[in-house]
Ligand binder design. Structure first.
Ligand code: FHN
Length: 511
């Protein structure tokens, strides 16, 4: 009997641990995938960096800031806390702030979630915190809870709401900053005490009093001074909203739900990271800086969204609102451009997964499975005027192919190099990306056809199907077009003996 009870107890505990759901828990991949589903479906969100620092434009009391990040000015210029409070905090009065206008602009742009700075490194809270009076309600003439108004509007217009919180470094609260880097004696204190009182206190407020929070976006985990404290408090806090997802920047040993890339568009993601997000500034600063007019073009922002979706990642596009609460005009221009494209082509982004192709010379691919059918979305940046487009290595039987815009039917022919799409209009449907959809019922197979063997046991490996793993002596191995529409590496037998060996190895071992 004891043995039975023991087995029952063990299996209950085992199941219970395995069944635990939520960030930082030992979830099964399936349970985590369920919790992350909205995030991977969303693909596109708005990051908002807003704070009292946006009033300064890289200059304070005659000192110039070299770092382009406006939100770092207090630390860069070692502004004394009392001066910052008196000359920066107390003047913050964004009378044009309209949370609904912000949310509707994000929604019209096709964004599915917003992540808002609730407290950045300067320690100033954009919400009415009972834990500290260094906040928008108690320390400025504005006296409104910006975070609450934004959270309510996200809820009203069905956008997910996330909170950015700088937990590891705080230049105001005693103990919040590394001792060696402090510049004001008022920063003196104990980091663990700061974390327990301020971080735990304020994040508890945010996860308790602001409705459904979908993302907790920790930041600058590298500045964490005690990993164990960060992990303990961080893992307790997320239990307040079991459905929320958390990024990987707590700074302890806990990994979080998704990896954040910043400012640099990755070519691909690390193999074991299923959930990834790129955050990117529109110009050079996360926060608004009047003189930072180095805005990325709307086309580049849209291309980044497509790039990220094609490698299975999310794109968190940053907005830095002005001191009066308005978005810069450049922001509206970019949001309008992207929103218009997504109105027609959103199906090729939302709910898609990464491209099955290693590389496409003329654009990107995303895919999704609908009713056991694979839909391949080809985002064509370099339009062809020939009316034809080759999808290399695709030999599957095609149910149908069409332009996503207007659903214009297209013809397809299978060729030794892949699928040839014909009947394309002379002009693309969009100046940056025109989407072609190819629907396939059978299991997608891009490996077939790599090597075609003939009766006399000769075989053909097309250069476009070869993944060159040898360093060519020149920048690129010239590919020569043969008379019969075939192609071959120029002089490959003599100049590149390794290549010949590689191909012979493929012939002998067939892979
Ligand atoms: O130091 C911050 C920076 O100001 C900004 O908030 C970015 C956004 O991801 N995070 C830190 C730099 O990695």
């Amino acid at each position: 009997m004891k043995k039975v009870l023991f087995i029952l107890l063990i299996s209950f505990v085992g199941l219970n641990i395995y069944a635990q759901k939520g960030a930082y828990q030992n979830e099964s991949e399936a349970t985590k995938a369920e919790r992350m589903q909205w995030f991977t479906d969303a693909r596109f969100g708005m990051f908002i960096h807003w704070g009292v620092y946006c009033q300064l434009d890289g200059e304070f009391n005659g000192k110039e800031q070299r770092d382009p990040k406006g939100e770092w000015i207090m630390q860069n210029l070692k502004i004394p806390i009392e001066d910052y409070k008196k000359e920066v905090v107390s003047t913050f009065n964004p009378t044009q702030f309209d949370a609904e206008k912000w949310v509707l602009a994000a929604k019209a742009a096709g964004m599915k979630y917003i992540v808002m700075t609730t407290k950045h490194h300067d320690g100033f809270a954009l919400f009415n915190s009972a834990v500290s009076d260094y906040d928008i309600f108690d320390a400025t003439p504005f006296k409104r809870d910006i975070v609450k108004e934004l959270a309510e509007m996200c809820n009203k217009h069905e956008l997910r709401f996330g909170i950015y919180y700088s937990q590891a470094q705080d230049w105001y609260q005693p103990g919040g900053y590394k001792p060696a880097k402090r510049w004001d004696k008022a920063q003196t204190g104990n980091w663990e005490t700061y974390f327990e009182k301020i971080v735990k206190g304020q994040v508890t407020e945010l996860l308790t009093d602001y409705g459904k929070i979908s993302i907790l976006w920790w930041d600058s985990g590298r500045a964490t001074q005690n990993k164990k404290v960060a992990d303990k408090i961080g893992s307790d806090l997320v239990k307040l909203q079991p459905e929320l997802i958390v990024n990987g920047r707590l700074g302890g040993a806990l990994q979080g739900d998704f990896k954040t890339y910043e400012q640099v568009i990755p070519a691909t993601f690390e193999k074991n990271n299923l959930y990834n997000e790129l955050c990117l500034t529109h110009n050079r600063s996360w926060s608004y800086r009047a003189s930072d007019t180095d805005y990325k073009s709307p086309e580049f922002i849209l291309e980044t969204l497509i790039n990220m979706a094609s490698i299975g990642g999310n794109f968190l596009f940053n907005v830095g609102p002005k001191p009066n609460g308005e978005f810069p005009k450049e922001t509206y221009e970019a949001l309008d451009y992207i929103g218009n494209w997504l109105k027609t082509n959103g199906e090729a982004i939302y709910g898609t997964s990464k491209s099955p192709f290693y590389r496409l010379d003329w654009g990107k691919c995303t895919q999704k499975t609908v009713d056991e059918k694979t839909k391949l979305y080809f985002h064509i940046f370099d339009w062809t005027s020939t009316g034809e487009l080759l999808i290399p290595k695709l030999w599957n039987k095609v149910d149908k192919a069409y332009l996503l815009d207007e659903k214009l039917a297209l013809k397809t022919t299978s060729t030794p190099k892949g699928l040839l799409i014909k009947g394309l209009p002379k002009a693309p449907k969009h100046d940056l990306a025109t989407v072609i959809v190819v629907e396939i019922s059978e299991e997608l197979n891009l490996n077939a056809g790599y090597i075609t063997t003939s009766k006399n046991q000769s075989f053909e490996l097309l250069p476009t199907n070869a993944l060159l793993t040898i360093k060519p002596q020149f920048d690129d191995i010239p590919v020569i077009a043969g008379e019969k529409g075939d192609e071959y590496f120029d002089n490959w037998k003599n100049k590149y003996p390794h290549l010949r060996f590689k191909i012979q190895a493929i012939k002998r071992y067939g892979k």
